[in-house]
Design a protein around this ligand. Structure first.
Ligand SMILES: *Cc1c(COP(=O)(O)O)cnc(C)c1O
Length: 364
């Protein structure tokens, strides 16, 4: 059978290995497995979410509220925008899918950073669009601009903080860059880790209201999967000018978010204390990684997120070390697929991190 030829050169996205797989492959007990591979919140989610969700499990026969009014109200007051500026997706992943389908086709070009979130390329290939990458590990907005002038891409992705490197773009630089971009080019600002970045350094904070009020061609993406601890609920959002949101709505399947996820996200959004506490603990624990890297003479990229990227020395292989850790029940992300001899490790709890350090020292 032949399939859509756009699919021919797509490599299936490799999600962080689930705990279930390590149980099956290595016969390790789930309680002995530590997953530091997908940047989930190691402290779980707000206890208020668990209460709220258990109250509504009795009511699962009915379709969800497809207007998503409660969550939209929560988000619009958080960002000081209107409900019409918001679309909610099954993860911000789904919003990425919508916006690429809305803006690009097989004649389009999409500009992304040399190393960045893998889903941009996968969805670009769905529509047969051409991916153009910059050359440097960090977002170099001068290079982005040079390529933009030459290639006239339909979409530009800026991921700040960036996954899988953890570095972030200066907010002022980002605004100055967008000012120079033609209003028919869509600029996507993916802020999946913004809650962490703005807590660490306010010059990295992208104020969403200002962004979308100044620029009708920008969409900001956020997610409940990281700081809010709701990775399993699959819920994220896009904020943009209502004309963009209206187009994206044409691609949205009805009831794309479950009743449970909507309730969980609404309640999570209202418990700022929980998020604040997770972020404080995250950066406390991150210091231990910085010290560990120094002791072991491994390079670590200054991170504005809840993960660290450890760039290994030439005589250490990221694939070997991550496989060895996996056999001991420690799941981390090997970045060799990104052309980096590096591993990406989610900053876990105190105990999880100590376990990681111990296993790495054993390996080295
Ligand atoms: C995790 C992540 C997302 C999306 O996560 P969802 O779970 O689909 O909301 C988007 N962009 C980046 C850079 C991420 O790391």
């Amino acid at each position: 059978m032949t399939f859509n030829k756009n699919l021919q050169n797509i490599k299936t996205y490799e999600a962080g290995k689930p705990i279930e797989l390590v149980v099956r492959e290595f016969g390790i007990e789930p309680k002995d497995i530590v997953k530091l591979a997908s940047n989930e919140n190691p402290y779980g989610c707000s206890p208020k979410v668990q209460n709220a969700v258990s109250n509504i499990v009795q009511n699962m026969a009915l379709y969800p509220d497809d207007s998503m009014i409660k969550l939209k109200n929560g988000l619009s007051s958080r960002f000081e925008v209107k409900d019409e500026n918001i679309i909610i997706g099954s993860g911000s992943d789904q919003v990425i899918e919508f916006l690429i389908h809305a803006k690009a086709d097989s004649n389009s070009k999409i500009l992304i950073n040399s190393m960045t979130f893998a889903m941009y390329e996968i969805y670009a290939k769905h529509v047969g669009a051409e991916i153009i990458r910059t050359s440097t590990q960090r977002h170099d907005l001068d290079e982005f601009y040079d390529i933009y002038k030459k290639e006239k891409p339909e979409i530009i992705f800026l991921c700040t903080p960036n996954n899988p490197t953890g570095d972030a773009i200066d907010s002022k630089e980002l605004f100055d860059f967008v000012k120079k971009i033609d209003s028919d080019t869509m600029v996507v600002v993916d802020g999946a880790y913004m809650e962490y970045a703005k807590a660490k350094d306010s010059s990295k904070e992208i104020v969403v209201k200002e962004l979308i009020e100044q620029f009708s061609n920008v969409i900001y993406l956020g997610t409940f999967s990281k700081a809010y601890g709701l990775g399993g609920m699959r819920i994220g959002y896009g904020v943009a000018n209502e004309k963009i949101i209206k187009e994206l709505y044409k691609l949205r399947p009805p009831f794309n978010i479950t009743t449970l996820s909507l309730e969980a996200a609404s309640v999570a959004l209202s418990d700022e204390e929980f998020v604040k506490k997770s972020i404080t603990l995250n950066f406390e624990q991150m210091k231990r990684y910085e010290e560990f890297a120094k002791e072991q003479k491994i390079d670590i990229i200054n991170s504005y997120t809840n993960f660290v990227t450890l760039c290994l020395n030439n005589n250490q292989s990221s694939t070997k070390i991550s496989n060895s850790l996996l056999q001991k029940g420690m799941i981390v992300r090997d970045l060799s697929g990104y052309g980096m001899n590096a591993i990406r490790v989610t900053v876990g709890t105190d105990k999880q991190n100590s376990h990681f350090f111990k296993l790495v020292v054993q390996f080295l």
